[in-house]
Design a protein around this ligand. Structure first.
Ligand code: NAI
Ligand code: MG
Length: 352
């Protein structure tokens, strides 16, 4: 039997709570299908590590992770104690060093969950975020820091190779879905970077005649995703725009707590990383009420990536049935705790 080796990186706040809720669900489907085992090693990186060692992750954390089949992360960040740009550094470094260039963030409406838009058309979109370059590379500097003349320079980087590979990935994904790809830029105002995106899209489109392509600027996209979200299928954008839009798609489908994500190295030269879209939610951390749906569905994405599609389907079905039955954490209007939600999902799995 195959054993998949998983690195657990629960992180901070509700990150630890949603990881603790997901592991038993993954174990349950492994034992139900009887086709694979999961072995875990858990790392205390984040504030816990910082308190003991003065840094959020050890220097060699990338080497430690390289040997695993996949990485499962909760969330990192505790802004009241440490600035976010410090706590989030390992995560951003990981995405870049492991070339996890395709960040895939599905968002959909679930029967049983009422979204904020009060409309009946189901939403089913996937935001593909370029995850390795763009606006988030560490490229800039400060001048005359702390003075009235202070200057900050931060320059985005967009390469033809980077743009082409994320667009190819998105076209291929659209082919497995409703054959519609919308690219988000701001090429009317950012005249170099996003004009390159426009050109590469135009070059690639003829290779995918079965995929309808569309383009929107980021400002219009935020409007249209509220006005006609059901018309979108695959949405692709740069690191910054993909980040923004995936919070929006999370919001319009009901709660950020529902949304999973995968940070993929499609060439599989490094372990890919799976994590809910949400952060560490200090406002509800420690109360036992975090919605573990996004984490559990991230677990399903991880199983699928590891070749366990049947097990992934079992997780998705059990989570969907649980939501449809009205089992709801406070973020989606209920009173259920994280532990009760997890028990309900496990109960569905055992019923078959
Ligand atoms: P957040 O996603 O942690 O929370 C935003 C709002 O959504 C809060 O009101 C929170 O209670 C709610 N929420 C989020 N996930 C939920 C869940 N599973 N169940 C119920 N409610 C949920 O974003 P925020 O507050 O901007 O950031 C908090 C910290 O998390 C910061 O340090 C931030 O940098 C970090 N962060 C980390 C991410 C990561 O690890 N990938 C991603 C986003 C933020
Ligand atoms: Mg974000």
């Amino acid at each position: 039997m195959k054993t998949h080796r998983i690195a657990l990186y629960p992180g901070d706040g509700i990150g630890t709570e949603v990881v603790a809720a997901t592991v038993p669900v993954l174990d349950a489907v492994a034992s139900i299908t009887g086709r694979f085992d999961l072995s875990y090693e858990s790392f205390d990186w984040g504030m816990a590590h910082y308190d003991r060692h003065g840094r959020v992750a050890p220097e060699d954390f990338l080497d430690v992770l390289r040997g695993f089949d996949a990485i499962f992360l909760g969330a990192v960040g505790w802004p009241a104690r440490l600035p976010d740009h410090i706590t989030l550094t390992p995560l951003i470094r990981l995405r870049q060093a492991f070339d996890l260039y395709a960040c895939v963030r599905p968002a959909r409406t679930f029967p049983g969950v009422v979204g904020p838009l009060r409309r009946s058309d189901p939403i089913d979109v996937v935001v593909v975020r370029e995850n390795s370059e763009g606006e988030y590379i560490d490229n800039g500097g400060l001048f005359a820091t702390g003075t009235a003349q202070e200057v900050a320079v931060q320059t985005a980087l967009h390469t033809r190779r980077g743009v082409e590979r994320i667009l190819r990935f998105s076209f291929a994904l659209a082919r497995t879905r409703r054959h519609t790809l919308t690219m988000i830029t701001k090429s009317n105002a950012q005249r170099y970077s996003y004009v390159l995106w426009d050109r590469v899209l135009a070059e690639l489109a003829p290779e995918f005649p079965d995929v309808r392509t569309d383009k929107l600027h980021i400002d219009a996209a935020t409007l249209e995703l509220v006005r006609r979200p059901h018309t979108f299928d695959v949405i692709v954008g740069s690191n910054l725009f993909g980040d923004i839009l995936s919070d929006l798609t999370g919001g319009i489908t009901g709660s950020l707590g529902l949304n999973p994500s995968a940070n993929l190295n499609p060439e599989r030269t490094t372990p890919s990383l799976f994590e809910p879209v949400h952060g560490s939610a200090p406002d509800i951390a420690g109360k036992g009420v975090a919605n573990p749906t996004g984490a559990m569905l991230s677990g399903a994405m991880m199983l699928e990536w590891l070749g366990e599609a049947d097990a992934a389907t079992l997780v998705r079905d059990a989570v969907e049935q649980t939501l449809a039955a009205g089992v709801a954490t406070p973020d989606i209007g209920g009173l259920t705790t994280t532990a009760q939600f997890t028990d309900a999902v496990l109960g569905r799995l055992r019923q078959g």
